[in-house]
Ligand binder design. Sequence first.
Ligand code: IPD
Ligand code: CA
Ligand code: CA
Length: 261
Amino acid sequence: MQQLLQEVIVLVKEAGDFIRKEAQAFDKSKIEYKGKNDLVSYVDKETEKFIVAGLSKILPGAGFIAEEGTSTKRSDSYNWVIDPLDGTTNFTHGLPVYAISVALLKRGELTLGVVYDVSRDECFHATKGGGAFLNHMPISVSPVKTIDKGLIATGFPYYNFEQMNQYLAILNDFMQSTHGLRRMGSAAIDLAYTACGRFEGFFEYNLNSYDVAAGALLVKEAGGIVTDFRGGDDFLFGREIVAGNIAQPEILQIIQNHWNK
Ligand code: IPD
Ligand code: CA
Ligand code: CA
């Protein structure tokens, strides 16, 4: 697994070089739309092709869950879960907060995760049972025990506004009970920053597996807790995630006080 991880890191950093180069000259006329406020560009697509091609060599036979659909091949044993550019809206607006997220599922279980924060050249990685690291240095979740001394990250709804009132009630609570709320615009970065203790927690709904797979493993391997909004395990495909340090149950409780009521 360690050998595999090193090869994935080299590949992801090469993909990051491409994104960094394209960011210097990106022109907003190149934005395409997959749906309302759902942006994509040639940078997302080409990065994904590069990563899928590289991973196909590193682990022949593995399948893919990849956001831009470069490969839809699935395997009974190993599947890569890839977001080639998490934070596309930031990228297209020249806001340097975006990441590459690559995870490996072994029979449905997260076993490896890499989140590469391209602009800051910060590479977060974890393997199941092997701990979590930032640029090869061990990381752990924040030691802060209660959210009144915590910084919490989230993602704002941007295309499905059906649960807006409940969501706003949750934000209202967090604004009054924490050091502050942040909306970075990249779920992978939100989770990586939770893993290394910059945030005490992160929650969002309507995310896909490729947004959270690598980051969720980072948080768990850094000693954190990751659940869905009911406190269960369905955070990878269930479109609800709450991740955090020891204060995660307190964060979850605030969400549950308002969600689906
Ligand atoms: C998005 C980012 C964002 C989150 C969105 C995601 P993308 O991913 O993770 O933070 O709020 O829901 O779709 O589209 O930039 O890969
Ligand atoms: Ca994403
Ligand atoms: Ca993406």
